[in-house]
Design a protein around this ligand. Structure first.
Ligand SMILES: [Zn+2]
Length: 438
């Protein structure tokens, strides 16, 4: 007969005989075996007949009705008398409490899920469940390997992005009298940009072969599904995608184009201050005061502020103000060009805006702008693909934010494999349904 306590406890194969309170007032559940399978030999599977003795095991379990509860299972040790079976004796075991287990399977699973699905740190999950760090770390790995898919679902737009793992380290080389990088570790992430699968995988290193290797390991049908790949302006990724996914359109992320243009503006401003004032910028320099406004998009600024910016630059000595204004104008030309994305721009409109940008760069003798124009020229097919498709790598960038948060919460990782697993568990939570309010 199954009693109420057994039903409430819900440990399959175990029956609750009685509940007593110990001296601290903690409920102690006395358990007995209620599953005939428990006395089958784990090696030969034959039901044992001869009892060797009794043992008591006290596996830890989840709280019952919010209260910490202790379990005490009195179970038998059996002889296996089967001829040819290597096992002589064994104790009873059920799925929730395997032989020699000190925790119930559901406690282990809950601790693993707290890390993989609820975003807890291992330290916090260990504290919450009264377990040790290594136990929770192992529980997390087991849980993550179970819930994370081996192969990603089909992807139409793939994002490839790199993220630095830990801090770079340098050592001073006495022989050459120079600093060399001893550790500069990177992870390359593959991200689903359309269907929200999150981070599909992370690999170590950022070489072209590392990227092609991962892509080649996927089934041919999966690779064929990919229509476009978004990357930042990185020749390594470009080469890898060309090789492994020759049919896919390469799109360069506009965010990185803007970043590059802003860097050119800042470099011009710094160089003008340095050459003509003979020092670094100060709070009293008008161009220094404009440093943040110069890298903002004029389209997102109040017209009054844009006017004042242009006025301030014009009022500066020409040798300082004019080059900065030219760089700012070139950047704005580029932004105007990028703004045509998703508006179904015609070829003429695009070429007119592009021509304006190139002319602006060519008419100055600023090496910063010439370098910018060269880079835009190199990546023009991929930028044009962005204008037509509007695909951005913002999904990957969002993932990178999660990756960094995870690494900070964990105070860094020693084991890159653990880091990748933790990152993937965290970045696929939405897709696995753990971030839905229902
Ligand atoms: Zn046996």
């Amino acid at each position: 007969m199954v009693n109420d306590t057994t039903r409430l406890l819900g440990l399959d194969g175990l029956a609750a005989d009685r509940v007593e309170l110990d001296s601290d007032g903690v409920p102690v559940v006395g358990l007995s075996t209620a599953d005939e399978q428990a006395r089958c030999c784990p090696d030969c599977g034959v039901r044992a007949q001869r009892v060797k003795g009794w043992v008591t095991t006290r596996p830890r379990d989840l709280p019952v009705a919010g209260r910490a509860t202790r379990l005490r299972w009195r179970k038998r040790r059996w002889h296996c008398d089967q001829a040819g079976c290597p096992r002589r004796t064994f104790t009873e075991h059920v799925a929730q409490v395997p032989a020699r287990a000190r925790l119930t399977a559901r406690l282990r699973q809950a601790a693993g899920a707290a890390v993989a699905d609820a975003g807890r740190t291992i330290v916090q999950a260990a504290r919450d469940h009264g377990l040790s760090w290594p136990v929770v770390a192992a529980a997390f790995t087991a849980h993550a390997e179970q819930v994370l898919p081996d192969e990603p679902d089909p992807v139409t737009v793939l994002g490839i992005d790199e993220v630095r793992r830990g801090k770079p380290r340098w050592t001073f080389d006495e022989a050459t009298q120079s600093w060399t990088t001893t550790a500069d570790r990177w992870h390359v992430g593959f991200c689903d940009l359309t269907d929200g699968q999150g981070l599909l995988a992370q690999i170590e290193g950022r070489t072209s072969s590392a990227v092609t290797d991962w892509l080649r390991q996927r089934p041919a049908a999966w690779r064929k599904q990919i229509e476009a790949v978004a990357i930042d302006m990185c020749t390594v990724f470009k080469a890898a995608v060309r090789e492994a996914l020759p049919h896919a359109i390469l799109v360069v992320d506009h965010f990185h184009v803007v970043q590059l243009a802003n860097r050119a503006v800042t470099e011009v401003r710094r160089r003008m201050t340095a050459t003509h004032r003979g020092r670094r910028g100060r709070a009293s320099d008008p161009e220094w005061q404009l440093r943040n406004r110069l890298t903002r998009s004029a389209a997102r600024m109040h017209a009054r502020h844009v006017d004042r910016l242009v006025d301030t630059l014009t009022a500066l000595p020409t040798r300082i103000g004019a080059p900065i204004l030219a760089a700012w104008n070139a950047k704005e030309d580029l932004l105007d060009l990028l703004a045509t994305a998703r508006t179904h721009p015609d070829r003429e409109a695009i070429s007119r805006l592009l021509h304006r940008f190139y002319t602006r760069c060519a008419t100055t003798d600023l090496p910063e702008l010439q370098r910018l124009a060269t880079t835009i020229e190199t990546w023009w097919p991929q930028i044009l693909a962005f204008l037509h498709t509007g695909i951005t790598n913002a999904g990957s960038e969002g993932t990178n934010r999660v990756i960094k948060t995870i690494a900070r919460d964990a105070y860094g990782f020693r084991n890159p494999e653990n880091q990748r697993l933790r990152t993937r568990a965290a970045t696929t939570r939405r897709h696995r349904g753990h971030l839905n309010p229902v």
